[in-house]
Design a protein around this ligand. Structure first.
Ligand code: ADP
Ligand code: MG
Length: 718
């Protein structure tokens, strides 16, 4: 006899003692934990011989390859620092195409033959590791029989210490390649794309009259949404344990209709968990800043201060890991899935993106002078052009089975990529297009007659929550990224396509300047032309509405790639291959590999869901329904017997249907794309049919017989 219904009282139990952090006076210098577990610049300055430190920094600033003679000195200092912090092992920490991070631990200690051991860690071990590449997804780049892969130290992302009650681990951020040099991870293309964008942007800045900037960094500030639920419910639900989402669950009487959760006061246990999560992240140098309740019950958000794309995306991976680890200390489980619960909002990751110079300018910040605004309009136009041209690719970077419940379903944001600019900025573009000259009013921007751009709201973003790509005052917010996804790849794509657009606009600008035009006169037609060609992507209205879907597809010719199998082929379209090859971010083989890996992951994940759903339905839910039916028959309540019997029969048919669909799928016979389409068109509908009956049964079967905790419990008992 299931007894779950009675266990709710114990689910919410917790006491703030035990692991309590205690109140720290954060104004006291000794209590600052920020960066405590990071081999930071300050730490390096203190521990490295002066010439080594200087040489290392100089190399990093120029973005050049590292002289291997430096490595031994850095390794020694890093090892001493790590040992002092209690580390016993080190790991090359990398981001394979699984989307999560990988680490293989090696001990610092080597036996020396006389029964003792010494701690060793050389430059060679710092610079290079050799994990077995065949065990990671490679999309055919690595066959199992030639399994060698390399991890290579990324000195631009600081090493850090992961603590554990029984020791500590030195983590060295690394890139992961095949022995032939193909990128098998998310870091390598990201670093290459940052270089590509930097080169293009610096060239453009020279044309715009900036002689000071030497490098441009792309920046990322990812807002992470997540759910926290009591771990008891998690472990009582095989669907959550195996797939990260609930495959069954009727809509509860109360959802988020009351709008009482968003920004509501945070329950004590949750807040305690958040505080410890933040403290752990601060130790790791992750600049966490914001926390709040999200729209759905039991949903929350954490956001850091932005950093350069490489460090920011490493920190994002760490954030997901720490969120999950710390939750367990509070009897909670952190769900990062894009759609853990049907019928309530899913989770995304708002990817705030901008470009900044090494001289401290944000290139997407409208300025106080006409010149600054020319520069702003140039870079903003490049983003609009890039997003329009590569809308299919951008959609593909955020595709995945979890995402199909959000994008294209009735939830934020839609699968159609469009840009929200805000009225003020759109007006500026319209004026440019119409060539409203106002002749040469002194100080006029593009002869528009206004001395500067109209004041743009710094945080205008939330005025349109439905837009997948919104200008928010001094950055763009790519809101379609999924909550489980690594931000590295979406940013790689953004950097690469914007580099291409910058080069295109800069080429035109150069030609006009060569013809002797002033900067304003040279730029105006360039912006006009780009805006005219790409303004179709700009949309400020309601992205959920039917009318928009019609207009976008029928009048504007925008892509509406509803599902993952629709979107992923954009990775290998000729214009995508061509831009990635031009900027040497990924070659055709590497792009094909990603296409294959992501397609296969889609099918595999759905297969796991489908088999889990079939098993839960047959071995947990059907027996509960049958017992309930037997009770009704025993009690002789005729009307209810007929109703229940019909539903049970329907359930059996649906389960058989799912089992048949599962049995028919055969990954070995088919290319991944066909397999993915089969999963989408045959298996998902079969799963939905089973769920549909199950959720109706949940509402009539005796509560003490129903074996799965219900939404009304999982989402509301905190
Ligand atoms: P909102 O909820 O209005 O989107 P938040 O304060 O939650 O605002 O998040 C804004 C995010 O944008 C933060 O992570 C912040 O660091 C980031 N951000 C701000 N400026 C930049 C920038 N120049 N480049 C990248 N990200 C930025
Ligand atoms: Mg936001």
């Amino acid at each position: 006899m299931a007894k779950i219904r009675q266990q709710n009282v114990s689910a919410a139990q917790w006491s703030p003692n035990g692991a309590a952090l205690g109140a720290l006076d954060l104004t006291h210098p000794d209590n600052q934990v920020y960066g405590e577990n990071v081999f930071s610049l300050a730490e390096q300055r203190q521990r490295l011989p002066k010439p080594v430190f200087k040489q290392l920094q100089a190399t990093l600033e120029r973005g050049e390859a590292l002289d291997s003679s430096l490595a031994d000195a850095v390794a020694l200092a890093m090892k001493e620092w790590a040992l002092e912090k209690g580390a016993t092992h080190y790991a090359h920490w990398f981001q394979p195409l699984t989307g999560s991070t990988a680490e293989k631990h090696d001990s610092f200690y080597n036996p020396v033959g006389d029964g003792t051991a010494i701690a060793e860690f050389s430059g060679k071990e710092l610079i290079q590791g050799e994990p077995d590449a065949s065990s990671f997804p490679t999309g055919g780049i690595r066959a199992t029989f030639e399994a060698r892969g390399y991890t290579a130290w990324d000195p631009t992302s600081p090493a850090f210490i992961l603590e554990n009650p029984n020791g500590a681990l030195l983590c060295i951020p690394t890139a992961f390649t095949s022995w032939t040099g193909e990128a098998l991870d998310h870091k390598i293309p990201l670093l290459r794309s940052m270089e590509a964008l930097s080169g293009a942007a610096v060239r453009a800045l020279r044309l715009l009259g900036d002689d000071a900037a030497e490098r441009v960094f792309t920046t990322v500030g990812p807002e992470q949404e997540y759910f926290l639920i009591d771990e008891q419910y998690y472990f009582e639900r095989p669907d959550l344990v195996t797939t990260g989402r609930t495959l069954f669950g009727a809509k509860p009487p109360k959802g988020h209709e009351l709008d009482d959760h968003y920004f509501g006061s945070i329950p004590e246990r949750i807040l305690a968990c958040m505080l410890e999560t933040e403290r752990e992240l601060q130790k790791l140098g992750v600049p966490v800043k914001t926390r709040h309740n999200e729209v759905a019950p039991a949903q929350y958000e954490i956001a850091p201060i932005f950093e350069n794309s490489n460090v920011g995306s490493d920190h994002q991976q760490i954030t997901m890991q720490v969120l999950q680890n710390v939750a367990r200390r509070y009897g909670l489980v952190c769900l990062l899935h894009e759609k853990p619960f049907a019928g309530v909002n899913g989770s995304g990751k708002h990817n705030n993106w901008s470009m900044g110079t090494d001289t401290g300018q944000n290139l997407l910040e409208p300025g106080a002078t006409p010149h600054d605004n020319l520069q702003f309009l140039f870079f903003c136009t490049a983003v609009i052009q890039a997003v329009d041209k590569h809308q299919g690719l951008l959609r593909a970077t955020v595709a995945g089975p979890g995402q199909d419940h959000r994008l294209g379903a009735n939830e934020a944001p839609p699968a159609i990529i469009s840009i929200f600019l805000g009225r003020e900025l759109a007006d500026v573009y319209d004026a440019i297009e119409q060539g409203v000259q106002g002749e040469s009013r002194p100080g006029g921007i593009l002869g528009l007659g206004s001395p500067v751009l109209p004041p743009l709201p710094l945080h205008g973003g939330d005025r349109n929550r439905t837009s997948p790509f919104a200008f928010t005052g001094n950055k763009f917010e790519f809101r379609a990224v999924g909550s489980t996804q690594s931000v590295a790849f979406p940013n790689t794509v953004l950097n690469t396509i914007v580099a291409e657009a910058i080069d295109d606009l800069a080429g035109q600008l150069q030609d006009a300047l060569n013809g002797g035009a002033s900067l304003e006169d040279a730029l105006r037609p360039v912006l006009q032309k780009s805006w005219a060609a790409h303004k179709r992507i700009v949309f400020d209205g309601d992205g959920y509405s039917e009318a928009w879907h019609k207009e976008a597809e029928e009048q504007r010719g925008l892509l509406n790639l509803r599902t993952t199998p629709d979107a992923l082929p954009y990775f290998i379209k000729p214009d995508v291959v061509s831009v990635f090859e031009k900027y040497e971010v990924l070659n055709e083989r590497e792009l094909h590999a990603r296409y294959e890996v992501f397609t296969e992951q889609y099918a595999v994940k759905l297969n796991i869901e489908a088999e889990t759903a079939a098993s839960i339905a047959r071995t947990l839910l059907l027996p509960a329904a049958v017992r309930h039916l037997a009770l009704l028959k025993e009690a002789g309540v005729g009307g209810l017997v007929a109703e229940t019997e019909a539903l049970v029969d329907e359930f059996v048919v649906a389960i058989r249907g799912l089992e048949t669909a599962n049995a028919a799928e055969n990954q070995d016979d088919e290319p991944p794309a066909a397999w993915a389409v089969y999963m989408r068109d045959k298996v998902i509908p079969a799963m939905n049919a089973v769920r549909d009956v199950a959720d109706r049964l949940e509402k009539i079967v005796a509560d003490d017989l129903w074996p799965l905790p219900k939404y009304s419990e999982v989402l509301f008992i905190k």
